[in-house]
Design a protein around this ligand. Structure first.
Ligand SMILES: NC(=O)c1ccc[n+]([C@@H]2O[C@H](COP(=O)([O-])OP(=O)(O)OC[C@H]3O[C@@H](n4cnc5c(N)ncnc54)[C@H](OP(=O)(O)O)[C@@H]3O)[C@@H](O)[C@H]2O)c1
Length: 261
């Protein structure tokens, strides 16, 4: 954990919103962390890459001139550690208003490759890690009758493409899980938002030669922040992907089967 205690605790005259970002040091996570901190949030930045977390945290705190962020090293496949870690973070930052799950991995199999070992890792990080965290956060927000949960899914979950079965499956599962949470929690005053990025220029796109309609991470983060403020249910980043996916979702299966992307 970061060695600096939170220097700006919430008081009745200075209410502070508090957020946890899991997968905070990645491209979209770090852009969103900076924006939330500028918006006045106290943040717990969680990721497995301690050096990247520390540098992001130092940057945020130096810019703010006070401790707005603290860090926690965690591998999201260490599911059993989540309940205790969540309790510790909430005690450290003094409460919780927003939870964002961004952790994700991808690999690019050959069209003829079937690789359970790699597929399993994708499912464990993209889906099971999210469920491990959200199933601890959801009951807390449900009993508090407030709170916001944001899950970063993907346009990949809208259709099962030939290119990447595990990535599509993990994100379809995450989108469906988030929809279920939303249907359970909206009646308790809790907001749940599904984010479906198209292509965003982060390390994740390293294996792609010509990214299509690729957004900057800052642009994706702006749209996520706007969705949090407006309590949107599902957003595409960037907006053009809503229309691209509208078309792709309606391609009949007998044609979609013949496509090679
Ligand atoms: N970029 C895109 O085009 C795109 C498109 C659709 C959806 N998304 C989704 O957007 C989210 C953010 O991705 P990004 O684009 O910002 O990519 P990124 O820069 O690679 O960020 C992913 C983050 O997840 C972390 N992570 C991976 N495995 C982890 C584990 N086992 N435990 C803890 N943290 C772990 C990574 O840490 P390390 O640095 O240590 O690996 C990294 O900080 C992901 O869920 C991704 O699937 C991205």
């Amino acid at each position: 954990m970061s060695d600096s205690p939170i220097s700006a605790p919430a008081t009745p005259l200075n209410p502070r919103r508090r957020g946890i970002l899991v997968g905070a040091s990645g491209g979209i996570g770090s852009a969103l962390s900076r924006k939330l901190a500028r918006d006045g949030y106290i943040l717990a930045l969680v990721d497995r890459n301690k050096a990247a977390l520390r540098s992001l945290c130092d940057e945020i705190n130096q810019t703010a001139g006070e401790t707005r962020a603290v860090i926690y090293e965690h591998d999201v496949t260490d599911y059993d550690s989540v309940p205790d870690l969540l309790r510790r973070i909430i005690a450290d930052i003094g409460g919780l208003d927003l939870f964002v799950y961004l952790a994700g991995i991808i690999y690019f199999p050959d069209i003829n490759e079937f690789n359970f070992k790699e597929d399993r890792k994708v499912m464990e990080v993209n889906l099971l890690g999210a469920m491990a965290w959200m199933s601890e956060v959801a009951p807390l927000f449900q009993s508090a009758k407030s709170g916001q949960i944001v899950g970063i899914s993907s346009v990949a979950g809208d259709r099962g493409r030939v290119a990447n079965p595990a990535n599509s499956t993990s994100k379809a599962g995450l989108s469906t899980y988030l929809e279920s949470l939303r249907n359970r929690l909206t009646r308790h005053g809790v907001h749940v938002m599904t984010v479906k990025p198209g292509m965003v220029k982060t390390d994740m796109l390293r294996g792609i030669q010509k990214p299509m309609f690729a957004a900057e991470p800052e642009q994706a983060a702006d749209m996520i922040l706007n969705g949090i403020r407006k309590r949107k249910q599902t957003i595409y980043t960037s907006g053009i992907w809503r229309w691209i996916m509208l078309v792709i979702r309606h391609i009949p299966s007998f044609i979609f089967r013949r496509l090679s992307f």
